[in-house]
Design a protein around this ligand. Structure first.
Ligand code: PLP
Length: 361
């Protein structure tokens, strides 16, 4: 690794594989000898169409997306999907179920309330969102248009370790911070969405996987650009798509394939997270925010209980090339985001630093 590179534990935008950045850099002024950058190409050009199809097909292969599902590359971030999901699905029965396990699922539910009747089937707010509810705790409505949950709660560091059973009610999941880190049985879902900037690329593109038969139920007020049916009909190109970001996602997916795909990431992510949780649990100074059984492999949240000591930890870690460890303001303390692109070496360096800090303070 070049000496000036740091281990970046930011929650998003987050670290990207060095090989990907280097390849993008080498092609930035002249893509494959055509004398221009991907940023300068028409999205209708043959060259870009190839990039687009290649990226989409690679994603389908890596995530094992069945043929009756569409893959969309949109703009507006994960947050726009908070509105698009109810706009497109709520009209099915006029009501929807939401599980509240953190900040983003709460925002999603509030947004949905504008378009129909929302039932909060469970909430972990009373314990600071430090756990994931069990299936028995979900008070489901069999007539809901859909059930929405956030698979990995980036801010709190919790992750659903099971797929909720909702019977015939379509599952909708915000997988912004875990997409491509684990295997997913897509056929169990109606819609999965994810902003790219956590685990699959730069900010600016959002990936949506949607079961085709769910499109076509949009409320009449749905803006043109928020209607899944419009976007599916035009293969994500009703207007100019985020071309450069899609190309970058393609490079990340190419890298992912070279690493052994989603299956390999799933094994590696668990090893990385286990190492951190072990040193934190063994320390005298640190406490993890998330309870065992609910802990995320992607975002490890911890604290000392003393704000000054937390600040000292974050500052000293940065001096060791371990940056962006400050926790989100809602949880405080520290957060280490260890997405696909964070190598084992970075996690080992952080584990050593935690032990050293624990011994010295
Ligand atoms: C970051 C994040 C979001 C918000 O994504 P934007 O792309 O910034 O809109 C939504 N959900 C989850 C789980 C996230 O981690």
């Amino acid at each position: 690794m070049p000496e000036e590179r740091v281990f970046n534990f930011a929650a998003g935008p987050s670290q990207l594989p060095l090989e990907v950045l280097q390849k993008a850099g080498s092609e930035i002024t002249d893509y494959h000898g055509i004398g221009m950058s991907v940023m300068e190409m028409s999205h209708r050009s043959k060259m870009f169409q190839e990039i687009f199809l290649d990226t989409k097909n690679r994603f389908r292969r890596l995530m094992h997306v069945p043929e009756n599902y569409e893959i969309l590359f949109l703009q507006g971030g994960g947050s726009s999907e908070f509105s698009m999901v109810p706009l497109n699905l709520m009209a099915r029965t006029g009501k929807a179920d939401y599980a509240i396990t953190g900040h983003f699922s709460e925002v999603a539910a509030k947004e949905a309330e504008k378009y129909g009747s929302v039932s909060i089937v469970c909430s972990t707010a009373d314990t600071g969102h430090n756990r994931i509810p069990a299936q028995e705790e979900l008070h489901l409505d069999p007539e809901a248009s859909y059930f929405h949950y956030c698979a990995n709660n980036t801010i709190y560091g919790t992750e659903w370790q099971y797929v909720p059973d909702t019977g015939s009610v379509p599952l909708v999941s915000d997988m912004s911070s875990e997409i491509t880190s684990r295997r997913v049985d897509i056929s169990k879902y109606g819609i999965i969405y994810a902003g790219a900037q956590k685990n699959v690329g730069p900010a600016g593109v959002t990936i949506v996987i949607i079961r085709r038969d769910l499109a076509g139920n949009a409320l009449p007020i749905t803006p043109l650009m928020m209607n899944y049916q419009t976007l599916i009909a035009k293969d994500s190109m009703y207007n100019t798509p985020p071309c450069w970001c899609i190309y970058m996602v393609g490079l990340v997916l190419e890298w992912l394939e070279s690493q052994g795909g989603v299956e390999a990431m799933e094994q590696k992510k668990h090893q990385k997270a286990e190492l951190l949780y072990k040193v934190l649990d063994d320390s005298h100074l640190f406490h993890c925010h998330a309870l065992p059984g609910s802990r995320s492999d992607m975002n490890v949240t911890f604290r000392t209980g003393n704000d000054d000591l937390d600040s000292k930890f974050v500052a000293e870690a940065a001096e060791h090339g371990l940056v962006n460890l400050k926790g989100h303001r809602l949880v405080k303390g520290m957060r280490a985001s260890i997405y696909n692109a964070m190598p084992m070496e970075g996690v080992e360096r952080l584990a050593e630093f935690i032990q050293k800090f624990d011994a010295e303070n």
